[in-house]
Design a protein around this ligand. Sequence first.
Ligand code: SF4
Length: 146
Amino acid sequence: MTRIGIIICDRYRRCAGGKCLRAMRNCEGAFSIYQPGEAQLVGYTTCDGCPGGNIEYACDEMVGNGAEVIHLATGLVVGYPPCPYMETFVDLIRAKYDLKVVVGTHPIPEKYKKMHEKLGTWEDPSWKAILKPTLADQETRVAYNG
Ligand code: SF4
């Protein structure tokens, strides 16, 4: 069993978490690193808005509840614009808590991929590694459009 915490972008604070939970259950997107039933959710919250003041507090609590991996939700990657603080969050969580950090949760929905291609958001080569856990195949991305 691997205990995980999910931190979502506050833009999506009304999100009920359906896509993340579905991907976790099906080992899709960034959850494909786990075996079925292996990932156990021990925390789910938002960053509390730019510039992410809740990251520290939330990780304190998640660590207290046994979190071994923190997933920064796919919303940080697909938002308009993507979260400008992502790298800082990853560095902070790794340095302060010595936890594994994964950028992403559920597969990127196809509609977001199309729009970001149009906008040229992800053209810089540095995006390749960021998108890798959640890019998935087209069929899966389409299934996460809804
Ligand atoms: S863009 Fe980043 S800092 Fe701002 S609300 Fe979203 S996750 Fe939080």
